[in-house]
Design a protein around this ligand. Structure first.
Ligand code: C5P
Length: 233
């Protein structure tokens, strides 16, 4: 069986402001989501990429990928599909677009352009029948509190917490079962691993990367500019 990557680029990016979703911001002369595709293209074992785009921008985005591959070939087959209302709907659509022979899948937020091919490879390598999911995590450096109506209700034990990133790696059949469970039980999840947890299957932790930050707020765009400034033109 083969391994494919699903790149999620179907968010509206409302926290970013601006008139286009953040995944279409420019980094190194290409839209933000392209950096993730190029990183995946450096993984020898990867068989292909599914791009998930906003439904209203699907045609335009597919043309964009076509044009990009003309000057910067990925050397991999790729497909595009439309995303859904919530992130988990976009993942479900991405899964539905995978070819039959695909047995392992990496689910990745295009808002994290700085992960390494090495990280993705370690995640794939961590998968087996007993461990159907592997996710990158880093230690939490902030103290995390629960609060309600502007007041703290509880302080969590930081030594037990990790901050979780993407890409997240899965055996395809297990992730599909997890998403089916989410539909059946109306579960809401901000990452895919939590749906595998709900299924009662183990999720392995792999060391994440400090550089693998998520571009979420307007201030984060400075990270892109800093990065671009380091790339000679
Ligand atoms: O909203 P959040 O920052 O958690 O989104 C994480 C990733 O999921 C982003 O890359 C975004 O483009 C993607 N997403 C999506 N479809 C949605 C919502 C988010 O593909 N409906």
């Amino acid at each position: 069986s083969t391994t494919w990557a699903v790149i999620l680029a179907a968010g509206s990016g409302t926290r970013m402001g601006g008139d286009r979703p953040k995944q279409f911001l420019t980094l190194d002369g290409a839209p933000l989501f392209w950096r993730s595709a190029e990183t995946f293209s450096h993984i020898p074992d990867l068989a292909g990429i599914v791009f998930v785009f906003p439904p209203a921008m699907l045609d335009e985005s597919a043309r964009m990928v076509e044009e990009l591959t003309a000057s910067r070939p990925l050397g991999l087959p790729w497909l595009t599909t439309a995303g859904g209302e919530r992130r988990q709907d976009s993942v479900a659509n991405g899964l539905a677009a995978l070819p039959k022979e695909c047995g392992r899948v990496l689910i990745h937020d295009s808002a994290r352009p700085f992960f390494s091919a090495g990280l993705a490879t370690r995640l794939i390598d961590a998968l087996d029948e007993e461990t159907p999911a592997a996710i990158p995590a880093v230690a939490v450096t902030d103290t995390i509190k629960e609060c309600e109506s502007g007041c703290v209700t509880r302080t969590l034990d930081r030594s037990r917490l990790v901050s979780v990133q993407t890409p997240q790696a899965f055996l395809r059949d297990v992730l599909e079962a997890a998403h089916a469970l989410a539909v059946e039980k109306s579960l809401q999840a901000t990452d895919d691993a939590s749906l595998v947890e709900a299924l009662g299957r183990p999720v392995a932790i792999v060391d994440g990367e400090q550089a693998n930050v998520k571009i979420t707020n307007p201030e984060d765009v400075r990270l892109l500019q800093k990065e671009a400034a380091m790339i000679p033109v």
